[in-house]
Design a protein around this ligand. Structure first.
Ligand code: MUC
Ligand code: MG
Length: 367
């Protein structure tokens, strides 16, 4: 499984319905397709989403770091020697989605080589996950309509509501409207993407205390160290660390510091290898996890469900696996299908997806 080439292809696919949240918004998927080729003719794929507001990476920086630093470091290495490869990638700080896409493309190669799905190589626990849909900023009626459409069309009954606006009443009104509309037929949780101060977040949580929210994610910035600790200690809602906990070390800091007591795992930033490290770390500590969404396209979502389906602990909660539905198009030859509120994992070897070459030609932005 000698790696002969690592290819990076930037592409741009517009969203039909842009997603807005406290730290930014996405109206075009400006991602990078990463393809790893081996001497035996295998081709592994994954995608890296550029999220400058979360990780500081851009489409151009992802292409640059992979083509200038990572590709020369891994070409000539066996794809199975993943720890050796990771030791080389770790010499470069940051660049999480670039590293993660390369990692997952390698797992795709390994799965194909063994003729088994990656999800089975990882753990093989389940063949699907329940799906949670993220609701971006809009007024209460529009967000209720969007949730209703997701429930009636796809059977989705778990919703992550984006919060963190000012004044916080805007978001309280949305959550209340959703609860009033759906009663107890849906699960609701919130994600603030660092939009509030600790005191705003405390007042918002107090104002929503009767709404049965099941998780509260990143309401305040990671640097509000004592404020976050204070907030987590005064609420009974599990406090999820997402963008404050993007590496095993950061996970340790957030958990031991008392700023979080649950962790969002995103394959888009920790790949399969480091997502597994984070999962095992959380299991060893008795900490709940949720499979998060990096506003992934279908390829990224196929990776998230492959990882999430692989373990008991990651299937307990619905995974955030549906926001590709808001894109105007995608790259996969066979689109992912959500039925009865669940997304099945591919049963084919590797990640189990095929890129439509015509679509890639159409959406690539490097030619
Ligand atoms: C999320 O869970 O925060 C929005 C920003 C980001 O980094 O990911 C998305 C969803
Ligand atoms: Mg989040």
């Amino acid at each position: 499984l000698t790696i002969t080439e690592v290819e990076t292809i930037p592409f741009a696919i517009p969203y039909r319905k842009p997603l807005a949240f406290a730290s930014g918004s996405v109206s075009v998927a400006e991602h990078v397709l990463v393809r790893v080729r081996t001497a035996g003719g295998l081709v592994g794929v994954a995608e890296a989403p550029s999220r400058p507001f979360t990780y500081g990476e851009t489409q151009a920086s992802i292409v640059a770091v992979i083509s200038q630093i990572f590709a020369p470091a891994v070409v000539g290495t066996d794809a199975l020697h993943r720890e050796r490869i990771h030791a080389r990638l770790r010499r470069t700080v940051g660049n999480p989605t670039a590293k993660a896409a390369l990692d997952m493309a390698l797992w795709d190669v390994v799965g194909q080589a063994f003729g088994r799905p990656v999800t089975e190589l990882l753990g093989g626990y389940a063949d699907r996950m329940r799906v949670s849909h993220m609701l971006g900023f809009a007024d209460p009626a529009a967000m209720v309509d969007e949730a209703e459409r997701m429930r009636s069309t796809y059977g989705i009954t778990t919703f992550k509501v984006k919060v963190g606006r000012r004044p916080f009443r805007l978001d309280v009104d949305v959550c209340r409207a959703l609860r009033q509309h759906f009663g107890d037929a849906v699960e609701l949780y919130v994600d603030g993407n660092r939009g509030w101060t600790p005191s705003e977040a405390a007042r918002a949580l107090d104002a929503m205390s009767d709404l049965d929210l099941t998780l509260a994610e990143e309401l305040c910035p990671a640097d509000d160290v004592l404020g976050r600790r204070w907030l987590a200690s005064r609420t009974t809602i599990p406090t999820v660390a997402d963008e404050s906990a993007t590496t095993p070390g950061e996970v340790t800091r957030e958990l031991l510091g008392g700023s979080a007591n649950a962790i969002s795992i995103k394959t888009a930033r920790t790949g399969f290898t480091d997502s597994r490290r984070v999962l095992h770390q959380c299991q060893g500590l008795g900490v709940e996890v949720v499979i998060g969404n990096q506003i992934d396209g279908q390829l990224g979502t196929a990776c998230a469900v492959a990882f999430g389906s692989a373990y008991d602990a990651t299937t307990r909660r619905a995974g955030e696996l549906s926001n590709f539905l808001d894109m105007s198009d995608d790259l996969l030859a066979e689109p992912l299908q959500i039925h009865d509120g669940t997304l099945a994992v591919s049963g084919r070897p590797g990640i189990g997806v095929t890129v439509d070459e015509d679509k890639l030609q159409h959406y690539r932005v490097d030619l």
